[in-house]
Design a protein around this ligand. Structure first.
Ligand code: GLP
Length: 249
């Protein structure tokens, strides 16, 4: 595990965006695993700027997103497809047919998972998988449980996650209770994993996930076993970890 400690959220976004653009420059037809949530927004803003300034070309990039709410259509402003279109895809020269998000509208949830896994297999392992971190240690929507789930599955969201997502909806009733998520096995098969986290409210889970035991009760802890895992975290998020104050972490 490599840790980049950054001053603040902006600094975190810049470091992470640079790692992603380096990936695209090195391999223009790379596969990027992408994430939603508020944390990656600053990264997407920077990637959009680099694209608009002519420094970054998305024309051959394929993307696979981690998750999607069940029962929400792509044009619902709370869907993750909508989020990705707004924050990245509509603003860069990516071929939208090469951007994949689980289908929240498929009535048969098993079919939705199967179809997404077929896409993931066809596209191949992500060259770089971007992740955020839930307060309970979830990645994508892999919630704490008694085992790590390998493939795409339909999850009943935990009460804590529902409450965390509440801010994006008009009322609590509107917050979806179920979601599709890429499995831990698929996430771990990415060649490189980049997890971004900022803010003091995540300090406790950062310590637990990356310096505590590896356990499905804290899904992100599995990343300690990934051969190329990069954690880009601001000082506030690292404030409970016992790390040297300077130099290579
Ligand atoms: C949601 C998403 C996750 C994300 C997490 C943290 O539950 N499914 O992919 O990492 O929220 O979100 P935020 O970055 O807004 O704290």
């Amino acid at each position: 595990m490599k840790i980049y400690r950054t001053k603040d959220y902006d600094d975190m976004s810049r470091r992470a965006a640079n790692l992603i653009s380096a990936q695209i420059v090195i391999k223009p037809d790379c596969v990027l695993g992408l994430a939603t949530g508020s944390t990656p927004i600053g990264i997407y803003r920077r990637l959009v700027r680099q694209n608009q300034e002519g420094d970054l070309d998305f024309s051959q990039v394929t993307t696979v997103n981690l998750d999607e709410y069940r029962g929400i259509s792509p044009d619902n402003s709370q869907s993750y497809r909508f989020f990705m279109n707004e924050n990245l895809f509509n603003q860069v020269n990516i071929d939208k047919r090469m951007t994949y998000v689980p289908d929240g509208m498929e009535a048969d949830s098993q079919a939705a998972c199967r179809k997404y896994d077929e896409i993931l297999r066809a596209v191949g392992p992500a060259d770089l998988q971007l992740l955020g971190l839930g307060h309970n240690g979830h990645i994508g929507f892999n919630e704490p449980g008694d085992h790590f789930k390998k493939e795409t599955h339909c999850v009943t969201l935990s009460e804590r996650t529902i409450q965390a997502n509440r801010r994006f909806f008009d009322s609590e009733e509107e917050v979806p209770r179920e979601a599709y998520t890429m499995g831990i096995g698929t996430i771990m098969s990415a060649r490189k994993v980049l997890l971004v986290v900022a803010g003091e409210d995540k300090a406790e889970i950062v310590k637990t996930a990356f310096f505590g035991p590896v356990t499905p009760q804290v899904p992100a802890s599995i990343l300690q076993f990934h051969p190329d895992f990069v954690l880009v975290a601001d000082e506030a998020a690292l404030s409970q970890c016992d790390l040297p104050l300077s130099g290579q972490l």
